[in-house]
Ligand binder design. Sequence first.
Ligand code: ADP
Ligand code: MG
Length: 348
Amino acid sequence: MDDKIPPTIRALDETVVNRIAAGEVIQRPANALKELLENSLDAKSTNIQITLKAGGLKLLQIQDNGTGIRKEDLSIVCKRFTTSKLSSFEDLNTIATFGFRGEALASISHVAHLTIITKTSLEPCAYKCTYEDGNLIGTPKMIAGNQGTTIIVEDLFYNIATRKKALKNPSEEFAKVADVVSKYAVHNPKVGFCLKKQGESLTDIRTHPNSTHVDNIKAIYGTNVARELLEVDLEDEKMKIKFKGFISNANYATKKPHFLLFINHRLVDSTALRKALENIYSLYLAKNSYPFMYLSLELDPRNVDVNVHPTKHEVFFLHEEVIIEKVKSAIEAKLAGADHSRAFYLKS
Ligand code: ADP
Ligand code: MG
C-alpha cells in the first residue's frame, strides 16, 4: 500500500463554513452585546435594557424602544449580508451608522438560539420570531408588545464545544459586558441604560435618559473621579478633526486604567494613542497608577477605514501621527493649565 497518496480536497459543508465565520464575528458575550447595542442605537432608541444570565452565556437579552423591524423584513433579517444601512461599497466612505455589514444577527443565529420580538409604528401588534442558522423558523407570531425590539440570545456557542469550554467563567464574561455597557452609557448620555442579572431586582448599571457625560461618569465610575474631571474640546477645520472628552486631573489616580475611546461614535482601541496619553500623565502620577480618560474623536469618515475586521474593534485612520499629536498637545496643555492653577492657588 502506498502511504503517499494525497488526501482528497472537499468543500466544507455550508453550515460548517457559516459557523466558523460566525465564531469569528461573535467571540464572547461582550462583543455580541456590542453589536446588539449598536443596532439599538442605530434604531434611535432612548432606552436600552440588558439582562444577563451566567454572564450572557445562558441568556443575553437586550430590549430597546427604537424603530423596530419591518414585518416584511423579518424573514431575511438574520441572513448574512442583509442590512438596511449600506447598499454600495462607496457607502462605506460616508457611513454614519454603526453596523454596515449585516453580519451580526446572522452570526448570532449560527452560534446561539435567537429570538426577536419587534414592533414598529406601522403595525398594531408586535411579532415574535425564532431563528436558526440564518433562517426564520416557522412564521412570525403576533403578540402584544411595545414599540421597539427585544433580542434574546440563549445558549451562546451551544454548537461550538471548544468555545463553550473556553468561556467557563460567567463573572469574567459579566465584567466584560458591564465594561462595554459602561462605556456606551458614558458616550450616549441622552439614552438611558440598564444592566442587570436575570432574577435580581438590583441593577448593576443604571443611567437615565437625558443625562450628561459627567452624570454618567459619576453614576458608573464614582464620585471620586467625577469631581476631578477636566473637559477637553478641540476642533481643527483644516484636518477635519473634532475632539471632545473628559479626563482626570493630576489629583486622581487609579490602579486600573480607564480608557474610553470612541472614533466616529464607535468604541475602539488605539494602543498608540493610549500610550501617548499615558506618557503625559506619567509626569503627574505615581508609577503604576493611571488616569481616567473618556475621549470622543470625530474624523472625516473618508479618513477612517472601518472595514478592517468583522469585530471592528481596531479602526485605522489616515494621518494617525498628526492626529495623535493634536490630541496629545490638547491634553498636555489642559493638564499643565490645571496644574498651574493649582500651584497658583496653593501659593496665594
Ligand atoms: P447591520 O447592523 O450591519 O445592518 P445586523 O445583522 O446587525 O447588521 O442587523 C441587520 C438589520 O436588522 C439592520 O440593518 C437593521 O435594519 C435591523 N435591526 C437589527 N437590530 C435592530 C434593532 N434593535 N432595532 C431595529 N432594527 C434592527
Ligand atoms: Mg449591526
